[in-house]
Design a protein around this ligand. Structure first.
Ligand code: ZN
Length: 588
């Protein structure tokens, strides 16, 4: 495009007018998200959109040389709990470091709206233990400026954002908003149901992605009661999902009933029939996480069968799966399985340096090791560390592994496994992680789950379980482990799985592909080196609380809505992220 600067047009400065592109990514190999084979091309971006794919010769305000690199769509993560974090961390760490440019939050019934500021303690109660987000961080970090869900979305829209956010309305918040304290104790009356339906309609019209709930025994309040959504009858759930059916909009996400914890639970089939029928009756897509568990080996296959059965019956349903085991990350710097045992509790209250000294005292060591054999009550995933199971407590000294079990090392050394843990940690100045898989332990099963055509590889849970889990890197793990090391997928397949597939399921019709006219959410990476780094413990939550973060190597640039958000993992200062409203808000 040639232009004579002397006849400048109103509203455009000369420089902007002469630039055909805001950004050109040159010489890269395009893997476009569709699953089709790669090709070499430049990608030109203007006004936040991909405008040209080909050989670009015109000038651009910014050029990224992607020679030897892959240019792919930004990753879409369909399962996060960034609802609180977005208020204090606009970048959306750790997700943004892994090429993720769009997240869906508000899963499992946990949202911050609708809720009046005066009642926020009730909503925080739903979130804090179930999702392990410190209440002090929420108190210090959130400026509560809404009551209804539409007001909450407007507030989100006004916040600075690095990546794109979208959110469901959560059942626990909705129920608490309408019923107050009764939400934690009683079934809803007809008036309650009508009020919930009304709020849900308003939320969907304003741009909620859908409705979420939890019926999971894992989800408790700090005082050990079920979160509010778990008190609901199935009829209440049907009424609310029915609202989405009437409006022909929105997804239903559910953290499932505890019918899959024991082999051959007769409740499992009943639950599956209810889910199938709800999908068929309402026509709305239903989605939930599915993980294999070593203690109930075949249950996950029954969930996969349910997906196909529902499709055959005329309903829509897809499962959210993970690229590796679901693990708690333990360390002296964060949590250990022994922390609630009296002798340990005393030790663990001390500063880390003092703990290291005392761990060398033979008498205390003996008492700690003896105490380690006492099993505390089994607690829910993601809330407190699980009781020690040394065959499934792995030394996490490299990301890629292999990871040896503490039991194996103890046998080799002829010592108690707890002693092995102490000595291994002391040898690293207590800076050593242990990995405790709690689901999806068998990687052949994890692969089979990812390969099912009605599953989506997502479920990072980012924003939640901040002190224990490190799942924001599950998509990076797919690219480094399953593509590069195991060759279980081609890069084209893997990119498709984490871009176009989730973008389609969640209805982001202008994302998830590299195609002219679509939003310019892009990642530029080296397929030979992309990998998650070791997690780190940082104290950066509002109020100074601790969390785990995990970075990536091998990603040269992350582009959101046409602006470069990260270069080699460093924030450029741009905050190009948007609130993505759901289908009804877009239709109007
Ligand atoms: Zn969740």
């Amino acid at each position: 495009m040639e232009y004579d600067g002397a006849t400048s047009t109103a509203g455009l400065n000369t420089e902007e007018w002469t630039m055909a592109y805001d950004l050109v990514i040159k010489n890269g190999v395009v893997i476009d998200g569709s699953g089709m084979p790669r090709y070499r091309a430049d990608v030109g971006v203007r006004h936040g959109r991909i405008t040209t794919i080909g050989r670009i010769r015109e000038r651009a305000r910014e050029v990224i040389d992607a020679d030897g690199q892959v240019v792919a769509p930004g990753i879409v993560d369909g399962h996060t709990h960034m609802d609180a974090q977005v208020f204090w961390d606009p970048l959306g760490t750790s997700s943004c470091w892994h090429g993720i440019t769009t997240v869906v939050m508000g899963n499992c019934g946990f949202t911050l709206a609708p809720c009046a500021k005066a009642d926020k303690h009730m909503v925080v109660r739903n979130l804090q233990r179930a999702e392990d987000i410190p209440p002090a961080a929420m108190e210090a970090g959130i400026d509560w400026r809404w009551t209804t869900f539409p007001e909450f979305l407007d507030c989100l829209e006004s916040l600075p954002k690095g990546i794109n956010y979208s959110g469901y309305i959560g059942h626990s918040a909705l129920r608490t908003y309408v019923m107050g304290e009764r939400a934690f104790e009683q079934p809803a009356g007809e008036d309650d149901l009508r009020a919930m339906e009304r709020e849900l309609r308003d939320a969907l019209r304003a741009g909620a992605m859908g409705f979420t709930t939890s019926r999971s025994p894992s989800h408790e309040t700090p005082d050990g009661r079920p979160v509010a959504s778990r008190v609901a009858t199935w009829q209440e759930v049907r009424r609310l999902v029915g609202v989405m059916g009437e409006m022909n909009a929105g997804l239903f996400e559910i953290a499932g009933e505890g019918v899959d914890r024991a082999a051959n639970d007769p409740g499992l089939r009943d639950y599956h029939v209810r889910l199938r029928d709800l999908a068929v009756d309402t026509g709305r897509p239903i989605t939930f996480g599915v993980f294999s568990r070593r203690d109930v080996p075949d249950t996950w296959r029954r969930y996969l069968a349910l997906l196909d059965e529902t499709a055959a019956a005329g309903g829509r349903m897809f499962a959210q799966v993970h690229s590796r085991s679901l693990s708690a990350l333990l360390s002296f710097k964060t949590q250990l399985p022994f922390d609630r045992l009296p002798v340990w509790k005393e030790l663990r209250a001390l500063p880390l340096r003092e703990q290291a000294q005392r761990l060398r005292d033979p008498d205390l060591r003996r008492r700690l090791i003896e105490a380690a054999d006492v099993r505390p009550d089994h607690k829910a995933l993601g809330t407190e560390a699980q009781p020690a199971n040394y065959d499934w407590t792995l030394v996490f000294d490299t990301v890629e592994g292999p990871h040896r079990s503490v039991a194996e090392i103890a046998r080799e050394r002829g010592c108690h496994p707890a002693e092995a843990m102490i000595d291994l940690a002391l040898a690293k100045d207590l800076d050593l992680f242990f990995l405790q898989p709690v689901a999806n332990e068998d990687q052949d099963y994890a692969l089979e789950l990812m390969r099912h055509p009605r599953t989506v590889t997502t479920f990072s849970d980012s924003g939640a379980h901040v002190s224990q889990l490190m799942d924001s890197s599950l998509q990076t793990h797919l690219l480094s482990h399953w593509v590069r090391t195991k060759r279980a997928f081609t890069l084209e397949q893997a990119i498709h799985m984490v871009t176009f597939v989730p973008a389609t399921h969640w209805g982001f019709t202008d994302r998830g592909l590299i195609r002219e006219g679509l939003a310019a959410d892009l990642m530029v990476f080296d397929p030979e080196t992309i990998a998650a780094e070791m997690p780190e413990v940082v104290d950066d939550l509002p109020g100074g609380a601790r969390r785990l973060v995990q970075k990536t190597r091998g990603i040269a640039a992350t582009v959101v809505n046409g602006e470069v958000l990260l270069r080699d993992g460093k924030h450029t200062g741009a905050l190009p992220g948007q609130l993505l409203r759901g289908p009804l808000a877009r239709r109007s």
